[in-house]
Structure formats: structure tokens, C-alpha cells
Write a protein that binds this ligand. Structure first.
Ligand SMILES: NC(=O)c1ccc[n+]([C@@H]2O[C@H](COP(=O)([O-])OP(=O)(O)OC[C@H]3O[C@@H](n4cnc5c(N)ncnc54)[C@H](OP(=O)(O)O)[C@@H]3O)[C@@H](O)[C@H]2O)c1
Length: 178
């Protein structure tokens, strides 16, 4: 499975329950990556979407410990139950979409992370793991800088390295999604 996330220079992802910045180019990127795929998110992230409802054109899976939570889509009350369900899917089709709580739990199972890197410090109160400080992920590629609404950003892709193995071969293997 893959994680898809937008981070600022401190790997911040949100503040006061909201995204850090409105970047149409990043929303387009997110849509292009996830359309027709299965996306996984926490209850708080779902509630931050327009109308608090799942995004169209994607199968959405939501996690909430409240069994009566009406997500308008498939919902799980535990990480284990959700993972069991995801086991039935090709890892390349599954995108972990946040927020911080969900990224933290699913990152150990992600083979690839698609990271939009936003320049600047946006005063975040929720964070993604700094992948540059981890030795089990490797930066595969990074786009040039783009600018929109006075905000500059770029798209980066990280792949998990096979345990105990470095180099391109391990990174390519991780692209299979696991
Ligand atoms: N920059 C980005 O790419 C990006 C992407 C997504 C979100 N965000 C930001 O991230 C922030 C929200 O993150 P967050 O960590 O506060 O919330 P979250 O991860 O979206 O949702 C947390 C909720 O998910 C449910 N949950 C978590 N683990 C569970 C488990 N194992 N079993 C069952 N339910 C579980 C719980 O819901 P209940 O309380 O209902 O039990 C928990 O309160 C917002 O600021 C949002 O804008 C940023």
C-alpha cells in the first residue's frame, strides 16, 4: 500500500483539524493518483472533506472506534479489522490518506510514500514521520518546484528499502506496493 500526504518543511500536515494550505495543483495530483482506487482515512479526516462525506470516484474506508458512526462508506472500528479487509486488495490499489493517527499506524505497511513537500513552516499541530531521518525509506525522485497562490511545492516519492538491503534494487522492489 502507499501513503499519500502533503507536508510542510517540518513534515507538518494539518493545524486545528484543517489542511495547511490550499494548493489546487496538489488536489489535482491527489485526484489523479487516487481516482478509481481504495482510500483509507480516519474519522477526523473524513469529517474535514466537503460535506463530511467520502470523495466521489474512489472506494473509501474509514476508521472510527464508534460503531454507530455513519461514514457513508465502509467503516472499521479497529486497525486489525481494517487490515484484514485490505489484505484482499492489490497493495498498489490502496492509498493511506491520513490523518496523523492513521498514517502512524499504517506507515509500517506502506511500500511507497507520495509526499507533496510544501516550502515553509505552516505552524502545524499534526505531523507525518520525517522520512529523510529514517533509514528504511529512500527518496526515489522529486519534481521541480512549482508555485501557486504564492506557495511553492514539489512532488517527491519515497520507497521502502528491503530490510538489510540498500540501493536501487531494493527501492524498485518496494514500488510493487509492499
Ligand atoms: N496534509 C495531508 O496530506 C493530510 C491528509 C489527511 C489529513 N490531514 C490533516 O490531519 C489532521 C487530522 O489528523 P488526526 O490524526 O487528528 O485524525 P485522523 O487520523 O484523520 O482520524 C483519527 C480518528 O480515526 C479513528 N481511528 C484512528 N485509529 C483507529 C483505530 N485503530 N481503530 C478505529 N478507529 C481509529 C478515531 O476516530 P473516532 O474518534 O471516531 O473513534 C480517531 O479519532 C487534520 O488537520 C487534517 O487536515 C492532512
Amino acid at each position: 500500500m502507499k501513503a499519500i500526504v502533503a507536508v510542510d518543511e517540518k513534515w507538518g500536515i494539518g493545524a486545528a483539524g484543517k489542511l495547511l494550505a490550499h494548493i489546487p495543483g496538489d488536489l489535482k495530483h491527489f485526484r489523479g493518483e487516487t481516482l478509481g482506487k481504495l482510500i483509507v482515512m480516519g474519522r477526523k479526516t473524513l469529517e474535514g472533506l466537503p460535506g463530511g462525506r467520502p470523495l466521489p470516484g474512489r472506494d473509501t474506508v474509514v476508521l472510527s472506534r464508534d460503531p454507530s458512526f455513519d461514514a457513508g462508506c465502509k467503516a472499521f472500528t479497529s486497525f486489525g479489522g481494517c487490515m484484514e479487509y485490505l489484505d484482499g486488495f492489490d497493495g498498489d490499489q490502496v492509498y493511506i490518506c491520513g490523518g496523523a493517527d492513521i498514517y502512524r499506524q499504517f506507515l509500517p505497511y506502506c511500500g511507497e510514500c507520495l509526499v507533496t513537500k510544501i516550502d515553509g513552516d505552516f505552524g502545524a499541530d499534526s505531523f507525518f514521520e520525517d522520512l529523510d531521518r529514517r533509514d528504511d525509506f529512500r527518496l526515489l525522485d522529486e519534481s521541480g518546484r512549482m508555485e501557486e497562490n504564492g506557495i511553492s511545492y514539489r512532488f517527491a516519492r519515497y520507497a521502502r528499502l528491503a530490510p538489510g538491503v540498500g540501493g536501487q534494487a531494493a527501492a524498485s522492489g518496494a514500488q510493487s506496493g509492499e
